[in-house]
Design a protein around this ligand. Structure first.
Ligand code: NAD
Length: 505
């Protein structure tokens, strides 16, 4: 059977890519089979998409809030109804398990629902009579064409961290999804169209680095939202801002989960297993490193190893599966090589997932859960983002050492503390240089009405994503100072500045 080629979605329709576009394979990671091809957009295809979005901006940005909101509500209904189909598509190209893919759609829906409240979010401010007969009001306007560049690990949720708010605030949006799992973007484009979104407001162009280089310098692109690895985030922020664009760039992570002796040991160990091995560790908020006090470390390691042995690893469509395949063969090999480096660096492999494959899926990109004890900074397994089902354990003497360890790490996305002490929780939350903190919550992803973002190398630029910061990112402020007088009341213009109080009469 011929392998399908995934289209772009431009100006309201699927567009077959130019046959000479650079081609990549899209795999089903569970079987290792090529299920589709994706072709990078050529310059003329990218320009058509951006120009279409620029043209659509004129009318979309002027459309009434009521009509814009009606599209968002309709999209919300369609997305909810399509959850299972969209989730199955994610499983097929990403490899995560079906329930987790459904959860990903649900997290995206939360942002759509937040965006449905856009009339309230865009309400401006009005100050009457700031001086005699002088009123000031301020409000926010959209930017124009904005682009989203997204990673492989959440092909539905991350685009939905961006597009609903970008569109609700009156912008038009060009999405460049990951070429490893690009179908969900086209599926969502069709839902937007069915919801009544005018053609050109949500465009999808397929491709990779070369396309991004063109977006970063395109004169019609006003802003870039990026989520992916830190090195790419830094590059995108640097080039995008040098070309006058607003850039929010969320990078990689190395999240720590600290366990104190006063924590519930079973809850802490089982939370750590779920947070390390869920989605095969391919989450930017996965716990990669458990930081455990010496006095409880032996028991903790024994518990997480016991828990990790019970993780059911299978094709993501298998009922009851806890963990699916890794995104690619190359990623699997890199993860297993990093485990090997920890062994050579003197760490203790407490559970070794290397070489593990489900019996019926020997060609799939699998590796089993791995637990590495006695890891220290300076070892590759600690210093690098592994982004796989590997939990490293660092032993420390007390909470202050745990806080120092976290603060010395270049990443600052998320961190969790397991404790029954309010004092310890407060010291931790106030003392660590991390953007999102969980207290007895292993994966503290904020709800849609709070913004999401890390610190340090986990976020380049100023703006967090979605929530109130998302609204601010996709809009710019306008302030009007106005005086309306009867013709007979005209006063002479002043040559001098004056403060409101000194000019008040
Ligand atoms: P990636 O950085 O390789 O790719 C992300 C996007 O950038 C893709 O669309 C890709 O096509 C593009 N890209 C890749 N290399 C590029 C280059 N040299 N120049 C320009 N564009 C390039 O990331 P990934 O492997 O798809 O995703 C995993 C990474 O994303 C991890 O580091 C993970 O921590 C991070 N992530 C972070 C968050 C967050 O909220 N901070 C969320 C999800 C994923």
């Amino acid at each position: 059977m011929a392998v399908p080629v995934i289209p772009h979605f431009i100006n309201g329709q699927r567009v077959a890519p130019h046959p000479d576009g650079v081609t990549s394979d899209v795999f089903n990671p569970a079987t290792g089979e090529v299920v589709a091809h994706v072709k990078a957009a050529r310059t003329e295809e990218l320009n058509t998409a951006v120009e279409g979005a620029a043209e659509a901006f004129t009318s979309w940005s002027r459309m009434s809030l009521g009509r814009r909101t009606a599209v968002l509500f309709a999209f919300r209904e369609l997305l909810k109804k399509a959850t299972d189909d969209l989730a199955a598509l994610v499983v097929r190209e990403h490899g995560k398990v079906l329930d987790d893919a459904r959860g990903e759609v649900g997290r995206g829906l939360d942002v759509v629902e937040f965006a449905c409240g856009i009339p309230e979010l865009l309400k401006g401010e009005y100050s009457p009579q700031v001086s005699t007969d002088l009123d000031v009001y301020s409000f926010r306007e959209p930017l124009g064409v904005v682009a989203g560049i997204t990673p492989f690990n959440f092909p539905v949720m991350v685009p939905l961290w961006m597009a609903p708010l970008a569109i609700a605030t009156g912008n038009t949006f060009v999405l460049k999804p990951s070429k490893q799992d690009p179908s969900a973007a086209v599926f969502m484009a069709e839902l937007w169209k069915e919801a009544g979104l005018p053609d050109g407001v949500f465009q999808v162009i397929q491709g990779g680095r070369a396309n991004i280089s063109e977006l970063l310098v395109h004169p019609d692109v006003q802003a870039i939202s990026f989520v992916g690895s830190t090195s790419v985030a830094k590059h995108i922020h640097q080039v995008g801002t040098a070309h006058g664009k607003r850039v929010q760039a969320l990078g990689g992570a190395k999240n720590h989960g600290v366990v104190l002796p006063d924590a519930d040991p079973n809850f802490a160990a089982s939370s750590m297993v779920a947070a390390a091995f869920g989605a095969a560790g391919e989450r930017c908020m996965a716990i990669a490193t458990a930081v455990v006090l010496d006095e409880i470390a032996d028991d903790f390691v024994a518990s997480v190893v016991a828990g990790a042995r019970k993780v059911k690893v299978a094709d993501g469509m298998t009922p009851g599966a806890d963990m699916g395949a890794i995104i690619s063969r190359a990623a699997r090999d890199r993860i297993e090589a990093t485990i090997g480096s920890a062994e050579s660096d003197g760490a203790v492999i407490a559970l070794d997932g290397r070489g593990w494959r489900p019996a019926d899926l020997q060609d799939g990109f699998f590796t089993g859960p791995t637990v590495i004890d006695r890891v220290r900074p300076g070892m590759r397994a600690y210093d690098e983002e592994i982004f796989g089902p590997v939990l490293t354990v660092v032993r420390v003497k007390d909470l202050d050492e745990a806080i120092s360890l976290i603060n010395a790490n270049p990443y600052g996305n998320g961190a969790a503390l397991f404790t029954s002490s309010g004092e310890a929780a407060r010291r931790f939350a106030r003392g660590i240089d991390v953007g999102m903190i969980g207290v007895n919550v292993p994966i503290p992803v904020p709800v849609a009405y709070h913004s999401f973002g890390g610190w340090k190398d986990s976020l380049i630029g100023e703006s967090h994503i979605y929530g109130p910061e998302g609204v601010a990112f996709y809009t710019k402020a306008k302030v009007v100072t106005q005086r309306w007088l009867r013709p007979s009341e005209g006063a002479a213009a002043s040559f001098h500045f004056a403060g409101a109080s000194s000019s008040a009469t």
